[in-house]
Write a protein that binds this ligand. Sequence first.
Ligand code: 5GP
Length: 118
Amino acid sequence: MTDTIFGKITRGEIPSDFLFEDDHCVVIRDINPQAPTHVLIIPRKPIPRLVDSDPDDQALLGHLLLVAGRVAEDLGVGDAFRLIINNGEGGGQTVFHLHLHILAGRDMTEGQLSADLN
Ligand code: 5GP
């Protein structure tokens, strides 16, 4: 499996400010934010795409959602955020290590979902 920048970040090989971390995931700010609040929840396990996860990952995937909600609340955007997973090149994924985007701080009530991230 090819390593990615997120593998290096989760392993601490590239110094990063973690907004949150535990045994299963880390949370960092996106380097190229698409909204005033744009953070990434990255599992330590290097699953390339969501579709590459398997039933053994059920608890991990649930954990990532719980962390997303908690981090959104901690960042003060718990009432208005969007959670996105890009899957595959055609889905706008550029880093092939599963991650969740939290986007917040701008109007999320209009426009196409496809315009959010690419
Ligand atoms: P994707 O397009 O794969 O869903 O999202 C990848 C995201 O990772 C992009 O929003 C991009 O700006 C962000 N990103 C890529 N490289 C880095 C990096 O080295 N550090 C951080 N913090 N974000 C990165």
